[in-house]
Design a protein around this ligand. Structure first.
Ligand code: SAM
Length: 234
């Protein structure tokens, strides 16, 4: 018989559970914004744009701030077999359904050996850091420490471009929020993370300076409201 059961994710707890819980309002808006399948398809597209199809499928990869792990599912769909994820929310990690090793840990203090990964990836996590730019400096230092000398760091984060300003303007209009449910969901999510999100968007040059202090910049693309950055250790 076909097994349709959802297996329990494999989580190593490096910090106590319950430190960060998913916000039910944000969660509900997120569920309205994208289905898991739409989200996985988006992550697959992004990984292809970064050139992941050309990487060795045995590369040791860790996604930091992985949340419920749909980015890990995308990596698995592309055939990567050495995939791990780190997040501080045990409730989000529990929602992952796949074979990657998960770590309940703080991304400011990664529970990994020095020089142990080929690739680190983050998709929308750094803009949640509360103490900026100090926390980013610490997170970047940790990524650099755990990457091998030939390793690469792939970053997708929100970025203030004319498109983002326009998208916020439109989705915050009362009439649009009632006509366009996806826009309303986006507006609710933005509202819930407003403080760190605005703080992140307000310091583009400081952020770039921190990345450049730790890494060699290989790609810095800002368009459609996103930064798509690629950095190397040396
Ligand atoms: C917007 S979610 C993004 C999740 C995932 N990358 C995605 O796109 O679905 C941000 C995530 O960062 C996590 N997070 C925030 N601060 C963290 C920290 N210091 N260490 C580890 N995870 C953290 C939250 O628990 C949340 O899962």
């Amino acid at each position: 018989m076909h097994d349709t059961s959802v297996s329990r994710p494999n989580i190593i707890e490096h910090v106590p559970a319950g430190q960060m819980c998913c916000d039910p309002i944000w969660e509900a808006a997120y569920a309205r914004f994208e289905t898991p399948e739409e989200e996985v398809a988006k992550f697959v597209r992004r990984l292809k744009q970064f050139g992941f199809e050309g990487l060795d499928r045995n590369s040791k990869i860790v996604e930091i701030f992985c949340g419920r792990g749909n980015g890990l599912v995308a990596l698995e769909r592309l055939g990567f077999v050495n995939v791990e994820g780190v997040d501080l929310s045990d409730t989000l990690l529990q929602q992952y359904n796949g074979t990657a090793q998960l770590h309940l840990a703080n991304c400011l203090d990664l529970p990994f050996e020095d020089n142990s990964y080929d690739v680190v990836i983050v998709q929308g996590g750094l803009h949640h850091l509360p103490q900026m730019p100090g926390d980013l400096d610490q997170a970047a230092g940790e990524v650099k420490r755990v990457l091998r000398p030939e390793g690469a760091f792939f970053v997708i984060e929100p970025w203030r471009t004319p498109f983002l300003t326009f998208a916020h303007f439109v989705t915050e209009l009362r009439v649009m929020r009632s006509l366009y449910p996806k826009g309303d969901a986006l507006a609710v999510m933005t509202e819930q993370e407003r403080v760190t999100y605005e703080q992140w968007l307000a310091m583009p040059s400081k952020i770039r300076e921190v990345f450049r202090r730790h890494f060699q910049e290989v790609q810095w693309k800002t368009r459609w409201g996103k930064l798509a950055g690629v950095f190397r250790v040396g």
